[in-house]
Design a protein around this ligand. Structure first.
Ligand code: GTB
Length: 212
């Protein structure tokens, strides 16, 4: 049975790879698992056939035989625990890598998402100009902490892991604001992720669907 994921029929980012199917594609490419993609319109996301798979009416979902998953953290964790290549075998190193998956989605992603909303959805509000610097500073707080922690390290732990895949995917969303480039070691870290052949294949696959 081939794994099937869902992705936007037409991603609003026009193929920049920022929609969350890219991180799932990347994980599957890293572990060498072939997959099919079912493209879904915004309308279909909220229809019963999709809501059965994803109660919040979003992409991506992941189906493999009788298993259906949603939430990229859970999907990438599942892929990483099911197939070799994305988590260390040693117990402590494995637990640390898993910790970084959670750190990426629970601690680093929320302020970056808030900034995206502030820039895209709230820009026309009368209070937007007053709020935006505060939202940007919250992102800077997190990026600064991560930047100091990483120093000149290549990856978050010794070897590339699912934790790096999630962290780099989350940080990519901060690039458009210019904030990522304020932290050259983080910008270089993300670029190292993007240079991986598995990421390149994942990006190309979503680009083929969404290019503008
Ligand atoms: N926590 C969930 C997860 O990690 O899986 C969040 C999933 C999610 O937000 N999915 C978005 C979605 O389906 C797509 S990725 N939204 C439709 C809806 O909620 O109705 C978010 C996204 C959208 C657009 C851009 N972009 O244009 O740059 C980037 C990211």
């Amino acid at each position: 049975m081939t794994i099937t994921i869902t992705a936007f029929e037409k991603s609003p980012d026009g193929g920049k790879g920022l929609a969350r199917d890219t991180r799932v594609r990347w994980a599957l490419e890293e572990v060498g698992q072939p997959y099919d993609v079912r493209l879904v319109s915004f309308k279909a996301l909220k229809e019963p056939a999709h809501l059965v798979l994803h109660p919040f009416g979003q992409i991506p979902t992941y189906e493999d035989g009788g298993l259906a998953l949603f939430e990229t953290g859970a999907i990438v964790f599942h892929i990483a625990t099911h197939y070799p290549g994305l988590l260390p075998v040693d117990g402590n190193a494995r637990a640390r890598a898993i910790t970084w998956i959670f750190a990426a989605i629970n601690t680093v992603e929320p302020p970056i998402l808030d900034l995206g909303n502030a820039r895209m959805l709230e820009a026309d509000k009368p209070w937007s100009a007053e709020r935006l610097p505060m939202v940007m500073d919250r992102v800077r707080d997190r990026l600064g902490q991560l930047s100091r922690h990483m120093g000149s390290s290549e990856w978050l732990e010794k070897d590339f892991s699912a934790g790096d895949l999630m962290m780099a995917s989350v940080l990519l969303r901060a690039r458009g604001s210019g904030l990522l480039d304020e932290y050259p070691n983080l910008a270089a870290y993300v670029a190292r992720g993007e240079a991986r052949p598995a990421y390149q294949r994942a990006f190309a696959a979503q680009w083929a669907v969404n290019k503008r």
